[in-house]
Design a protein around this ligand. Structure first.
Ligand code: CMC
Length: 423
C-alpha cells in the first residue's frame, strides 16, 4: 500500500485525481498513474525521461553522484574483486555465488560455448563485408531455430538453459563474425581457458598458430565485459523487456536488444568514438571539432561524452580509464598518435565550460573504444563486444519480468494527426 498520495487537478475537469506514490529502497519516489487511463487521460513522456517502466531489484544508478550498484554492490568493488561470470551470476541470481556455485556456473557456461554446427553454414549467407551487428541480430535471433528445448518461457529450467546458452555463445558468435569477415576459419572454443581468454583465443588464433593469450589483455577484456554487464532500464534492456512482454522467446528478445544497442546514441558510441577520432585526424584540429560540438546549428556531437543518466563522472569510465592506461603501457602504445589525440580531447573537454556546465563527462564507451582498438579488435566489432557484456543484464531483466507479474508493454500516444475526413 502506498503511504503517500499525489493530487492531480486538470483545468476544465471537475475532479481531483488521487494517485498513489511509491518509494523504492533507494532513488526517487514514483507516482502510479496506471489508474488515469480508465479516466480517459494519459501521461506524456517521450524518451521516458520521467517514467519508471517497471519495478526492478537488479541495478541501481544515481546519476547525479556517479553511483552504479548491481544487487547493491558498487561497480568499483565488483571491477576490483569480481570477474565477469561471477557478476553475471550475481545479476541473474541476486546473490554472489559460493565458490562451489561459482565453479558450477563457470563450468556450465564453458560447456555451452560451442554453437550448433549448422550455424557455421548459416554464416555463409552473409556478405563478408556485412556490419558485425547486422550479422549478430540475425544469428542470435536464429538461435531460437536451433535450440527448441529452451524456448518455453513458463519453464524455469528452459529459461535457465537459454540464459546459459546466450551468455556462453555470444563470444563464440562474436569471434565467428570477425573470422568470417576476414576469411579465416572459425576457431572452436577451448574449455581450459577462461571466458575472456577464450574470446581472445577464438578472435586471434588460427589453426596454424595457437598462441597463449596475453593475461593483461584477457584481464582488460574481462573488465570491459563486466563494466557493460548491466545498466538498468536503458534503451536496449527496455527493448528486451518490451519484446519479452509479448511472450517472445529469449533468443528473439536478445536479438531485439542487440538491434536497439546498435545505434550510435547507445552501444554504437564506442565505434563512433573511433570514427570521430579518425575524422578529427590530428591534434591540431581538436579545437575546430570542440567548436562544432558546441554549435547548436551543427549536428556534430563529441562521441563518448555525455550520458542520459550520469551528469557526473560515469563510475565505469573511471575503472575503464585505469584499464586503458594498463593496456596502452602493456602494448607500448602510449605514443600512438590517435590514442594521444584521444587523451588530449578528453583533457580539453573536461576543462571546457560548455561540457562542465552540462555535466558532459567521458562515458564508458570513450575508453572502451580506445582499449579495444589497442587490443586489435576492429572498430566495427566494438558494439558486438558491448552486446556480449550486456547479455547477462538483458537476460536478468527479461527473467525478472517473466517470473513476476507483467502485462504486454503497450504505450499510448498524444495524437496530433488529422481529424476524421471523407475519402
Ligand atoms: N557533444 C556535445 N554536446 C552534447 C553532447 C555531446 N556528446 N551530449 C549532450 N550534449 C548537449 C546537448 O546538446 C544539450 O545541450 P543544450 O542543453 O544546450 O541543448 C545537453 O548537452 C544535454 O543533452 P541531451 O541530448 O538533452 O542529453 P540526452 O540525455 O538526451 O542524451 C546522450 C544523452 C548519451 C544520447 C548524449 O549525451 C550523446 O549523444 N552523447 C554522444 C553519444 C554517446 O557517447 N553515447 C553513449 C552513451 S553511454 C553508453 C550507453 O549507455 O549506451
Amino acid at each position: 500500500m502506498a503511504e503517500k498520495k499525489a493530487q492531480l487537478k486538470i483545468d476544465g475537469i471537475d475532479q481531483t485525481f488521487s494517485l498513489p506514490v511509491y518509494s523504492g529502497t533507494m532513488g526517487p519516489d514514483v507516482i502510479d498513474v496506471r489508474g488515469l487511463s480508465s479516466q480517459g487521460i494519459f501521461t506524456y513522456d517521450p524518451g521516458y525521461v520521467s517514467t519508471a517502466s517497471c519495478e526492478s531489484q537488479i541495478t541501481y544508478i544515481d546519476g547525479a553522484n556517479g553511483v552504479l550498484l548491481h544487487r547493491g554492490y558498487p561497480i568499483e568493488q565488483l571491477a576490483e574483486k569480481s570477474d565477469f561470470l561471477e557478476t553475471a551470476y550475481l545479476l541473474l541470481h541476486g546473490e554472489l555465488p559460493t565458490s562451489e556455485q561459482k565453479d558450477s556456473f563457470t563450468n556450465t557456461i564453458r560447456h555451452h560455448t560451442m554453437v550448433h554446427d549448422q550455424i557455421r553454414t548459416f554464416f555463409k549467407g552473409f556478405r563478408r563485408d556485412a556490419h558485425p551487428m547486422a550479422v549478430m541480430c540475425g544469428v542470435v535471433g536464429a538461435l531460437s531455430a536451433f535450440y527448441h528445448d529452451s524456448l518455453d518461457i513458463r519453464e524455469d529450467h528452459h529459461r535457465q538453459v537459454a540464459a546459459h546458452r546466450l551468455i556462453a555463445k555470444m563470444p563464440t558468435l562474436a569471434a565467428m563474425v570477425y573470422k568470417y569477415s576476414i576469411g579465416q576459419p572459425f576457431m572452436y572454443p577451448r574449455n581450459e581457458l577462461s571466458y575472456s581468454e577464450n574470446f581472445l583465443h577464438m578472435m586471434f588464433n588460427t589453426p596454424c598458430e595457437d598462441k597463449a593469450v596475453n593475461p593483461v589483455l584477457a584481464q582488460a577484456m574481462d573488465k570491459i565485459f563486466l563494466l557493460h554487464a548491466d545498466h538498468e532500464q536503458n534503451a536496449s534492456t527496455s527493448t528486451v523487456r518490451l519484446a519479452g512482454s509479448t511472450g517472445a522467446n529469449p533468443f528473439a528478445c536478445i536479438a531485439a536488444g542487440i538491434a536497439a544497442l546498435w545505434g550510435p546514441a547507445h552501444g554504437g558510441a564506442n565505434e563512433a568514438v573511433l570514427k570521430m577520432l579518425a575524422e578529427i585526424g590530428d591534434e591540431k584540429n581538436i579545437d575546430t571539432y570542440i567548436k562544432k560540438a558546441k554549435d547548436k546549428n551543427d549536428s556534430f556531437r563529441l562521441m563518448g561524452f555525455g550520458h542520459r543518466v550520469y551528469k557526473n563522472y560515469d563510475p565505469r569510465a573511471k575503472v575503464m580509464k585505469q584499464t586503458c592506461d594498463e593496456v596502452l603501457s602493456e602494448l607500448g602504445l602510449e605514443d600512438d598518435p590517435m590514442l594521444k589525440m584521444a587523451m588530449k580531447l578528453e583533457k580539453i573537454a573536461l576543462e571546457d565550460e560548455y561540457f562542465v556546465q552540462r555535466g558532459l563527462y567521458p562515458n564508458v564507451d570513450f575508453y572502451s573504444g580506445i582499449i579495444l582498438k589497442a587490443i586489435g579488435i576492429p572498430t566495427e566489432l566494438f558494439t558486438v563486444i558491448f552486446a556480449t557484456g550486456r547479455t547477462p543484464g538483458w537476460i536478468a531483466h527479461w527473467n525478472e519480468m517473466i517470473s513476476g507479474d507483467y502485462r504486454i508493454g503497450r504505450p499510448r500516444q498524444l495524437y496530433t494527426g488529422n481529424t476524421p475526413r471523407d475519402y
